[in-house]
Design a protein around this ligand. Structure first.
Ligand code: ADP
Ligand code: ZN
Ligand code: MG
Length: 645
């Protein structure tokens, strides 16, 4: 609605599974201790390996020199190698033994002393090896050096771990940007890979033209835009489009996310910006893409707590860099955000991000095209009709559709089919919308009854109220964190919603709550999500859309600037007295909706029972069957032609 960003059209009422006691969050294991453990393990392994090896060197049997003398007399010895004081003796049997001789005396002398005659020594080859050989030194020094080396390795390794754990002391300031080079054919994205977004592509085609033939523009003295802001809901293809501009123009693409500028140390953000622009200018022509610019570019000076210094410096640096572009600089900055409303006006001044391109959620035709693009390599069965899938997915973003396609392929592969069938696609719609089915989460009989009446309550109210979207499916099978759900889809994509639609939506949301209270005389936690969503909607009606008669056409809250940390301290833009009136107005909207839902369910109690009982038995009711139940009980289902406001 705001700033051209549409809300999701596909609506659902989900009944949450909430265990009030379930407050303990899983704690992640602290990585630091894990690292120490790994290091110790490696250390111990190396140590034992070393011991094993060094023992391997002294495997030979040791004999006394008197034994050697006797063996020589018995003509058992063929050769002796002298290494310092050690003798390696080789026997006729090829056995090798070690003998230690007295220090400082010659071998022949020693042997003579033991009564070996020089005659007997003649047949034995005696060689002397110098003590200074590499092997000697290695063996001598290894026992000292090896542990020291290990110790250094250990210290170095620990140092790395600690740094990894948060103190990136050595990568200060270096821009963290990722680069996609124009020569990288595999990662290159072209306009044809982006479905829909026609206006955005037209706007950006101009930028491509400039990057390709800058001279044409310079010659005529044209001012080239320096910054473009892409605005659109998450997953609408902002990143994709920015990459496509680089791809079409064949220039380098630097990308960094706003949140990456701001890290632990103050001042890092600004120096990262400087580095990034330096590299980009060096590589020009180039595109610098700043994703989630709202992370640094929020309205300045809403200063509560003063903790946003870092962000401010980073933002200032971005502005300085952009102002400092030479007239003929071929660097263009593209930024993306899904919160254009919170951006600092300084960013949007001429010469900075003065071009704004809005990317809407895809309409029916675009959704079909996106599905086509992503069905690319996936073989589709003959029965697949992407147009029907597109029709059933209002409010889906490009990213949702991509994930839908992927889920469908996974389903087909799981069931060992070679092609993706229509059935797979249809099942994936709900999976993407609500999370996977959890058939294992079995409700007991009582829970099942409550859930069935709750969902039937939503469905019946939705079917009676003229401005509510028609019911597409009702289910009491758990999905994601919902115990049951009622899926409603509009007949066509809607750009705007009216007050009447909002009021009916709130009544539908309360249908579950009313049904539970009516049938069981009690309430469960399952309605909490419904209540939250409907109260928030009522508040928006009063404070944002000017839909309250008593308060009138004033937007009392703009989404941004309310609080610098997203949530937290609200900076109210109205007085206490107005605040009280707002609350009263919200209360009235809620109470009227409650009354509406009650009247409907009282009047149509029979059909409520029928739907709930059916749900308990078959768990899921599809649209056709639901409409049959309605007709059988005198309610005319909504038709596409029916006039809507
Ligand atoms: P955003 O940056 O707006 O959050 P992304 O550009 O990251 O969205 O889109 C996420 C993914 O969704 C893309 O990688 C692409 O596969 C798919 N996608 C989104 N929009 C489109 C589109 N118009 N055409 C084709 N694919 C799209
Ligand atoms: Zn509900
Ligand atoms: Mg993105």
């Amino acid at each position: 609605m705001n700033s051209g960003i549409k809300q999701k059209n596909g609506k659902k009422n989900i009944r949450l599974i909430i265990k009030p006691s379930n407050s303990g969050r899983n704690k992640k294991p602290v990585p630091f201790w894990g690292n120490i453990l790994t290091t110790l393990l490696i250390f111990l392994t190396l140590l034992s390996l070393y011991t094993l090896l060094s023992e391997g060197f002294i495997e030979k049997e040791k004999i006394p020199i008197s034994q050697l003398a006797r063996d020589i007399e018995a003509k058992q010895v063929t050769s002796i190698v002298v290494e310092g004081d050690m003798l390696s003796v080789t026997y006729i049997t090829d056995e090798e033994k070690e003998v230690k001789k007295e220090e400082g005396t010659a071998l022949s002398e020693t042997l003579t002393n033991y009564g070996v005659s020089s005659e007997q020594l003649k047949d034995i080859s005696i060689s002397v090896e110098s003590d200074t050989g590499f092997a000697f030194w290695f063996l001598t020094l290894a026992p000292i050096l090896f542990p020291i080396a290990l110790l250094f390795l250990f210290i170095w390794f620990m140092g790395r771990q600690v740094r990894g754990a948060g103190m990136q002391a050595f990568s200060f300031g270096q821009s963290k940007a990722r680069l996609i080079s124009p020569d990288d054919k595999r990662q290159r994205v072209m306009f044809k890979d982006v479905a829909g977004a026609k206006e955005a592509k037209e706007e950006l085609a101009e930028i491509v033209d400039f990057l390709k033939n800058p001279k044409k523009f310079f010659d005529i003295g044209a001012q080239i835009p320096r910054g473009i802001i892409l605005m659109g809901a998450p997953g609408t293809g902002k990143t994709l489009l920015a990459r496509a501009v680089a791809g079409e123009a064949g220039v380098a693409f630097f990308s960094i996310s706003g949140s990456e500028f701001v890290e632990m140390f103050v001042g890092v953000g600004a120096s990262r910006v400087r580095d990034l622009f330096k590299i980009a200018k060096h590589t020009a022509p180039a595109i610098v893409f700043i994703d989630e610019i709202d992370a640094v570019g929020r309205v300045r000076g809403t200063g509560v707590g003063g903790g946003n210094d870092e962000r401010e410096q980073t933002l200032n640096q971005i502005l300085v860099e952009m102002d400092g572009f030479e007239q003929n600089e071929k660097v263009i900055v593209i930024a993306a955000t899904n919160r254009p409303d919170v951006l600092d006006p300084a960013l949007l001044r001429p010469g900075r991000f003065d071009r704004r391109v809005t990317i809407d959620l895809p309409d029916r035709k675009d959704r079909e095209d996106i599905l086509k693009i992503h069905s690319g390599k996936k073989p589709l069965a003959e029965d697949v009709n992407l147009s029907i899938v597109a029709e059933r997915t209002p409010g889906f973003s490009g990213a949702d559709l991509q994930s839908l396609m992927n889920e469908a392929a996974i389903l087909a592969a799981r069931e060992n089919r070679k092609k993706v069938a229509q059935f797979d696609l249809v099942r994936s719609i709900e999976k993407v919308m609500l999370g996977p089915e959890r058939r294992s989460h079995v409700l007991n009989q009582k829970e099942k009854e409550i859930t069935a009446y709750h969902e039937a309550g939503h469905a019946v109210v939705a079917s009676v109220l003229p401005y509510a979207d028609p019911v597409h499916k009702i289910s009491i099978i758990s999905r994601g964190n919902a115990a049951g759900y009622t899926l409603k889809l509009p007949f066509e994509d809607k750009r705007f919603q009216s007050k009447k639609e909002f009021l009916d939506d709130i009544a539908v949301s309360l249908g579950g709550y009313v049904a539970e209270r009516m049938i069981f005389g009690d309430l469960t936690t399952g309605s909490s999500n419904d209540l939250q969503v409907s109260s928030a909607l009522a508040r928006d009606m009063v404070t944002k859309y000017g839909m309250s008669d008593t308060i009138g056409p004033i937007a009392l809250e703009n989404q941004g600037g309310r609080s610098i940390f997203g949530k937290g301290i609200d900076v109210k833009e109205y007085s206490e007295e107005v605040g009280a009136r707002i609350d009263k107005e919200i209360e009235q909207i809620m109470n009227e909706a409650l009354k509406k839902a009650e009247d409907i369910l009282n009047k149509h109690r029979v059909i409520l029972d029928v739907v709930a009982k059916e749900l308990i038995v078959i768990e899921t009711i599809e649209r056709e069957d639901f409409e049959k139940l309605l007709i059988a009980n005198g309610i005319t289902p909504k038709k596409k032609e029916e006039p809507k406001s």
